[in-house]
Design a protein. Structure first.
Length: 367
């Protein structure tokens, strides 16, 4: 599918970016709305919603020199910021359940991004919607000091709900001696949770680990692939057009920067240096100039680049809408959202439109 093609190539390009595109200035006659939500910030009373957008490399793609223990300086700084909510670039179980019902469009998306909850469904007797409802019911009356059995049971429910990172949070909050079957967890589910502890991805090694460290009981899956679509009939021409657009000086700079950062991972605070670079404010424009802006001006008569840009903008808008939904449930939150660095500029631009969102500078947190 065309989105999978684009995502794989974005990973090749890296996450840092420069190609300055020439656009005509806005004409005096062009309409611009006068209503500016970003200038109407609040609230007048109470704590604001604070959001920290942490741009990240996908840890699964880092060199073998990367080790999970290298994340310690990053985790310390994030813990010191004391987020009350954490969001990840994962698809929710509920969206995966919805996409499974439209296989002619989403079969490949489901295969790539949605774990099969069949084993957890068999263990708990709950399908994805029922398990989500049960998780919400349990958390609404969650005790201050839950028993190990209650945590194991909630982990099983989260697995059936398609919320693997939240299940891992409950597992990590258990003492190691309580990592065993029972309360809805069978051997297969325990094995899956044990494997997840060391899996090289940011949802497990950063989000879930941090949530457990801070005493949180879940994370929020806010990714969205509902804008995915099957590959076009002329997929070869599409791929050639996008690759040609991406063949620019900015792409070369991004690759060189990623190689430099990767080579320094084994140095003291090498991972922290990488996160500081990926969260530099200049990175958003560099990524645009290398990737999305280059696609925007791609001249194919089929408008391949504009198709790709439409998918990308739609995905980011829906991801940010999911974040805003979490904030609406919990006014006054300090929300950390962890997302691939190419999304960071779009996240911050869209979130800044919200009346009740105050953005936090990642550079201050990562100092």
């Amino acid at each position: 599918m065309l989105q999978k093609f684009c995502v794989s190539l974005i990973a090749v390009l890296g996450s840092a970016g420069i190609l300055v595109q020439a656009f005509q200035p806005v004409s005096a006659a062009e309409y611009r709305p006068t209503f500016r939500p970003d200038r109407l910030k609040g609230p007048p009373a109470g704590k604001p919603n604070e959001v920290l957008v942490l741009g990240t490399p996908h840890l699964s793609g880092l060199p073998e020199s990367f080790k999970p223990e290298m994340l310690a300086p990053l985790l310390k700084r994030l813990a010191d910021w004391q987020p009350t909510e954490i969001a990840t670039e994962d698809m929710s179980g509920l969206q995966c359940d919805s996409l499974r019902r439209f296989p002619s469009r989403y079969a490949e998306s489901v295969a790539d991004y949605c774990p099969d909850p069949a084993l957890a469904r068999q263990a708990t007797g709950l399908d994805v919607p029922a398990a989500n409802a049960e998780a919400e019911r349990l958390l609404a009356a969650w005790p201050t000091s839950p028993t190990p059995a209650e945590r194991r049971h909630l982990a099983a429910i989260f697995l059936a709900a398609g919320e693997r990172a939240s299940a891992l949070v409950q597992w990590l909050r258990l003492p190691p001696a309580e990592h065993h079957t029972g309360d809805g967890l069978n051997d297969d589910l325990v094995a899956a949770l044990e494997k997840a502890k060391g899996r090289r991805n940011e949802s497990n090694l950063v989000a879930a680990a941090l949530a457990a460290r801070l005493g949180l009981d879940r994370v929020w899956s806010v990714d969205d692939h509902s804008a995915d679509s099957p590959a076009p009939a002329d997929e070869k021409a599409y791929g050639a057009a996008i690759l040609h657009a991406w063949d620019n000086p900015a792409t070369k700079q991004r690759r060189a920067e990623d190689e430099r950062l990767g080579a320094g991972l084994a140095q003291p605070d090498g991972v922290l240096a990488m996160y500081r670079a990926y969260n530099d404010p200049a990175g958003a424009m560099l990524a645009y100039q290398s990737d999305f802006g280059a696609a925007f001006v791609e001249p194919s008569p089929q408008a391949f680049g504009r198709n790709y840009l439409g998918y990308w903008e739609t995905r980011n808008l829906r991801m940010v809408a999911n974040i805003r939904d979490v904030l609406g449930r919990r006014p006054g939150a300090r929300l950390l959202t962890i997302v691939g660095a190419s999304h960071k500029g779009y996240y911050e631009a869209y979130l800044n439109q919200m009346h009740d969102v105050k953005l936090v500078d990642a550079r201050i947190v990562l100092r």
